[in-house]
Design a protein around this ligand. Structure first.
Ligand SMILES: [Zn+2]
Length: 505
């Protein structure tokens, strides 16, 4: 019977669906027809497959070939179906073993000469295939090292359709395979070290607390106070990513069309310029949504320097990922959901001119200008900032001193053991870090004794602090205690958390 089937994966966001690519050859007039909701780029596959097979001495019969992509309800986009379409047509024509191709996922775009070109999102597609318990997958050779980041299934890489056909039972002269492009063992990304930060012991201490609880942080101070210097060093003291987190990040990068060829366990650091657009920040794009910087910073740090200068729509859009740890992009074809759990670090000048505090120079801003500037980081975003750190200019005497602080490696050891303590405490809960724990849980389930909270309770009674502010202090106090190796926060830990909460900018 001139009927055959091959498998492929349709990707939308990071989610993959299994697509059956059926081919039927009938005795009607020669034609190549695609059915089953293919978009324009898939429709063009007909011409590519015809040319690629003909130019490779794989002669499809001059009859009507109908390709059905099912389920029909799942939209299919891009050129990654070419190889599956070609293989199912070759199966129907009896040129390859139709039983073996029926259990194999094929991914790859065909050039007219039969070469197989790399496609985007291969890692996400292979992860989807693994979840679907597929045991064999064929990918473009150029994507092989990316695909092999996933273990547990047989992955083959080819760069010409003749090689694929031969490995599935054909016997034709095949183009010799090209070289496998191995993952280039890149230098571990050099994150600058905290030992180079001089004269900011209080700031380093606050960064440590922020790292322990994954607390969002605002730094404000005059230009040159070292805000960027501190923020860029934060990823260096965060615990390394687990293998699972590293693969997830690679899959996001792959869908974002960034180069992926090896796993890195270094937490990501994204520092967009303040002119960044909404789409680049949260993701989006055409019919096939791409992840934005909030997702590329997943399990790492998103640093916004000169935060009040960002478009308010961009700042506003951070709200959803900050609340849910993910971002959903809606398109006619469905909703694409990308993970986006990042630690937010904002830096701001104290006023538009930057000199109203700590720089020793005179501020030239009007009261209205200052207020407008301050209000740009407002409401929901401001609620999510557990730590507010005021920085002053570093004076020359400090810069010239010989004293060196702890290195990032030493600090990371402290952070990692403090994280373990909080993980143990939060074991039976859905939360993993202190910053995620809701205030109600802290007040009920992790209640501190009255003596410890006396001052904070007094401040709340006298309206010197809001309920939200109260909860923020509790969250940060737990991180301070975890860092110090205490099982519960002390009175001093709470006092320090009040200090770190700082003034609202
Ligand atoms: Zn000013």
């Amino acid at each position: 019977m001139p009927l055959a089937k091959a498998l492929s994966i349709s990707l939308f966001g990071l989610a993959g669906r299994l697509i059956e690519v059926e081919a039927d050859i009938s005795s009607n007039l020669p034609a190549f027809v695609l059915v089953g909701l293919p978009d324009a780029s898939v429709n063009e596959a007909a011409s590519r497959v015809r040319a690629a097979t003909a130019n490779s001495k794989l002669n499809l019969p001059g009859r009507r070939i109908t390709i059905n992509l099912s389920p029909a309800s799942v939209p299919k986009q891009g050129s990654g179906f070419d190889l599956a379409i070609a293989m199912s047509a070759l199966g129907a024509a009896g040129l390859v073993d139709k039983h073996r191709i029926a259990k194999t996922v094929f991914l790859g775009e065909l050039a007219l000469d039969g070469s197989i070109k790399p496609i985007n999102g291969i890692l996400a597609a292979v992860i989807a295939a693994q979840k679907l318990e597929i045991d064999q997958i064929v990918v473009p050779l150029a994507n092989l090292s990316e695909a092999k980041l996933v273990s547990g299934l047989k992955i083959h890489g080819f760069d010409h359709i003749t090689q694929v056909a031969n490995s599935f039972g054909a016997n034709i002269p095949a183009r010799p395979p090209g070289e496998i492009i191995e993952g280039i063992p890149s230098q571990p990304e050099s994150v600058p070290c905290f030992s180079e930060v001089i004269g900011q012991p209080a700031a380093i201490d606050a960064m440590l607390v922020a790292a322990v609880g994954s607390h969002n942080l605002l730094m404000y101070g005059p230009p040159g106070a070292g805000k960027t210097m501190l923020a860029s060093r934060l990823p260096g003291i965060l615990p390394a990513l687990s293998e699972c987190q590293a693969i997830e990040l690679c899959a996001i990068r792959s869908v974002a069309r960034l180069e992926v060829n090896q796993l890195s366990t270094a937490p990501p650091f994204q520092a967009p310029h303040h002119t960044a657009s909404l789409v680049s920040m949260v993701g989006g794009g055409g019919s096939q949504p791409r992840p934005g910087l909030v997702s590329l910073a997943h399990n790492g740090v998103l640093f916004l320097d000169e935060a009040p200068e960002f478009q308010s729509s961009v700042l506003e859009a951070l709200r959803q990922p900050l609340e849910s740890g993910s971002i959903t992009i809606s398109r006619a074809a469905g909703h694409a959901k990308f993970p986006a759990r990042f630690q937010l670090v904002l830096a701001a000048n104290p006023c538009p001119c930057g000199h109203s505090i700590g720089s020793g120079k005179d501020c030239t801003c009007s009261a209205t200008a200052k207020l407008r500037y301050k209000n740009r980081i407002s409401g929901p975003l401001s609620d999510r900032l557990d730590i507010r750190l005021e920085l002053n200019s570093v004076n020359a005497a400090l810069i010239n001193s010989e004293e060196r602080g702890s290195s990032s490696n030493q600090l990371r050891t402290l952070v990692t053991s403090a994280r373990l303590a909080s993980l143990e405490r939060l074991n039976a809960t859905p939360w993993r870090t202190n910053s995620e724990v809701p205030g109600s849980f802290l007040r009920r389930n992790l209640r501190l004794d009255r003596k410890t909270t006396a001052q904070l309770d007094f401040a709340l009674d006298k309206n010197l602090i809001s309920m939200r502010g109260y909860d923020r202090c509790l969250r940060v106090a737990w991180s301070i205690a975890d860092l110090a190796g205490r099982t519960v926060p002390s009175k001093d830990d709470l006092a320090k958390s009040v200090f770190l909460r700082g003034n609202e900018l």
